[in-house]
Design a protein around this ligand. Structure first.
Ligand SMILES: [Zn+2]
Length: 84
C-alpha cells in the first residue's frame, strides 16, 4: 500500500525473467565456437571457458558481450537515478 504503484515492481520482475530467458551467442575469438548464455549469466561472470578450444574468453573485452556489459552499466545508472 502507499504511493508506490505496482508498475515498477512488475517491470523489474519482467526484466529479471527476460535476463534469465534471453540468451546471447558468444563467439570464441580463437576457434569461432559459439556458446549461448543468458544475459544474467554474462553480467555476473567475467570469463567463459570455450567448449571448443577450452581457452578463457574475457567477457569484458569480447565483442559479443562488451556492448551488453556497457548497456548493463548504463541501466544501473538509470535505475539508481530514478530511485531518488
Ligand atoms: Zn574456442
Amino acid at each position: 500500500m502507499g504511493p508506490k504503484g505496482e508498475g515498477p515492481f512488475f517491470e523489474e520482475e519482467l526484466m529479471k525473467g527476460l535476463l534469465d530467458k534471453i540468451g546471447i551467442p558468444i563467439h570464441c575469438s580463437e576457434c569461432g565456437h559459439q556458446t549461448r548464455k543468458p544475459i544474467r549469466w554474462v553480467q555476473s561472470n567475467q570469463e567463459l571457458i570455450c567448449s571448443g578450444c577450452k581457452i578463457s574468453i574475457d567477457l569484458g573485452t569480447n565483442e559479443d558481450t562488451r556492448v551488453l556489459k556497457k548497456l548493463h552499466n548504463a541501466l544501473d545508472r538509470i535505475d539508481m537515478s530514478s530511485r531518488n
